[in-house]
Design a protein around this ligand. Sequence first.
Ligand code: ATP
Ligand code: MG
Length: 284
Amino acid sequence: MMIRIALQSKGRLNEDSLALLAEAGIGIEPSKRKLLSRSDDFPIEILYLRDDDIPHAVERGVADIGIVGLNEYEERQCGAAIVHRLGFGKCRLSLAIPKGESYAGPAYFAGKRIATSYPVILRKFLTEKQIEAEIEEIAGSVEIAPAVGLADAIFDIVSSGGTLVSNGLKEVETAMHSEAVLIATPGLAAEKQALLDQLLFRIESVERSRGKKYILMNIPTDRIPEAAAILPGVKSPTILPLAEAGWSSMHAVVDERALWQKIERLKAIGAEDILVLALEKMIL
Ligand code: ATP
Ligand code: MG
């Protein structure tokens, strides 16, 4: 028994998808990247597709699961189920207009022509705002449409906004926020569902450890209650006696964002020999 996952063959989501699998202990040798490849580490088969084709491939069971942008998933209106949001490939779908135009609200778009590769999502947005506009569907190079007279405005993927600026456009409305999602064929066979559950368990362990560090230090034993209040750890910090009387070693998992501020407070109560280590996986 084997589960088949559809990944983008190249493009923005390819590397991060493979990196996530690698972190979950599923290596795929680059040299083995054909259209269909296997891992030696997990009963999984990788099917490389254009991202446009992934939602339907998963809906129809050509692949059991897949990784695709939420934007692509929504646009295809497919029957595959979202099983997990993956947090990479973040972008938004926005309306943009020539930067010289004045803009007072969505009514601006009434009667305008909008170029996009996402007609379904755009239509839904316009309907919600009760705006009648013309949608010009084009497959690529959407951002030059206004400059060449193909449209008055565009509806496209934005991340930093740099592409808009370099094409003389400004972002005026955001219709959706997107990120990569793991999708699955509805009603997977029990054995495949079990493999998907194993994969999800690994992915969640990887995610839990993101932004976390492992910290250890020596601390006077009588300061442990104060130190434990600064570093609550997962259940509670680990305390080990040192050979030297009156001293203990304390270990805990700590959020990276709070790290330096906590280190200052720990030093202030007598912590010494502080080590901060990378945390690879958190299995709870
Ligand atoms: P394909 O050849 O597979 O059809 P594509 O050109 O349609 O690829 P990409 O540009 O590789 O698609 O983008 C794939 C997905 O990555 C998008 O659907 C979106 O979810 C996400 N994405 C696109 N642009 C960005 C960006 N600038 N930053 C982050 N994520 C992005
Ligand atoms: Mg595509």
